[in-house]
Design a protein around this ligand. Structure first.
Ligand code: C2E
Ligand code: CA
Ligand code: CA
Ligand code: CA
Length: 278
């Protein structure tokens, strides 16, 4: 389970978990929404903690349900995982984000990198690497792409996932470990992964100003990542003090409401026009 910091997910899970019927309805609705292209993707900018220049954007999926309103991605992603169609969801995010950002001529020009979240189940099948290659067909430079996967995604089925990750890395795709620190991966596992980046989970950033334990954890993650030559992103940065702490301890990138909220592709294009040129 993810540390969401508030009770919203529980509420939704409770609501939709009421009956098998309502879960099935929602599943059908989600499938239709994908087929009819009714989901949207928003993009949250990431910045160099050092000079606040844009280093990339993270694609985040949004679903506005006609009756239930906004449904949290955590909720419908896990539904898609349980119901066996996370592949279609991942296909959708790849296709839509690459198309939108390419049409607006942002990707590879003002946006150095696009990060897409993938699920453990995206690595579960024998043919998953072919699937990834197909998703990348419309991207002219694969080094513009980064995949964000969680520690659990890697630990499940370690050897097979490792093989796929190595192939992706050889194809110049960047790899990032999301929610870092909340899983169970050991240093020795981390060392074996062909990753470029770790993202410090929001739960360690949240109380950084006041919580000595969190400061120690963040410093430790940074020291470890530096020694392994990994880039580090601090996520969920909401306060200037948090940014300063990350800056001071050599965190490369920062992402959070303090700097920019997730926004549509059109909003992103406008946002980038106001940004000083990189
Ligand atoms: P995540 O990958 O850890 O994404 C970061 C979440 O933190 C996003 O929530 C983002 O909107 C939120 N966030 C960013 N900055 C701040 C901040 O300063 N403060 C706070 N409180 N929150 C911040 P979101 O968009 O609701 O996504 C939740 C989770 O749903 C994601 O967590 C990810 O695990 C999953 N998800 C979203 N889109 C996708 C997708 O396209 N594919 C997959 N597989 N999972 C997705
Ligand atoms: Ca993520
Ligand atoms: Ca995260
Ligand atoms: Ca704490």
């Amino acid at each position: 389970a993810k540390n969401l910091g508030h009770g919203q997910l529980r509420l939704y899970d409770h609501f939709f978990g009421e009956s098998i019927h309502s879960r099935l309805r929602l599943t059908t609705d989600l499938r239709h929404a994908i087929e009819r292209d009714e989901l949207s993707v928003v993009y949250q900018p990431q910045f160099s903690a050092h000079n606040l220049k844009l280093t990339g954007v993270e694609a985040l999926l949004r679903w506005q349900h006609p009756q239930h309103g906004f449904i949290r991605p955590d909720t419908f992603i896990s539904l898609a995982e349980q119901q066996g169609f996370i592949r279609e969801v991942t296909d959708y995010v790849f296709a839509k984000s690459i198309r939108e950002l390419t049409e607006l001529e942002l990707l590879g020009t003002s946006i150095p990198r696009l990060s897409i979240n993938v699920s453990a189940l995206d690595f579960a099948d024998d043919d998953c690497i072919e699937l990834f290659y197909r998703r990348l067909e419309n991207l002219h430079d694969w080094s513009l792409l980064q995949l964000e996967l969680t520690e659990t995604a890697v630990i499940n089925n370690f050897e097979d996932t490792l093989r796929t990750l190595k192939m992706l890395r050889e194809a110049n795709v960047n790899l990032s470990i999301d929610d870092f620190g909340t899983g169970y991966s050991s240093l020795s596992i981390l060392r074996r992964l062909p990753i470029h980046e770790v993202k410090i989970d929001r739960s360690f950033i949240r109380d950084l100003q006041v919580d000595d334990d969190d400061r120690t954890i963040v410093r430790t993650i940074l020291a470890m990542a530096h020694s392994l030559n990994l880039r580090v992103v601090g996520e969920g940065v909401e306060q200037i003090e948090q940014l300063l702490f990350l800056q001071e301890h050599g965190c490369h990138d920062a992402q959070g409401y303090l700097l920019a909220k997730p926004m549509s592709a059109q909003e992103l294009a406008k946002f980038l026009q106001q940004e000083p040129a990189a």
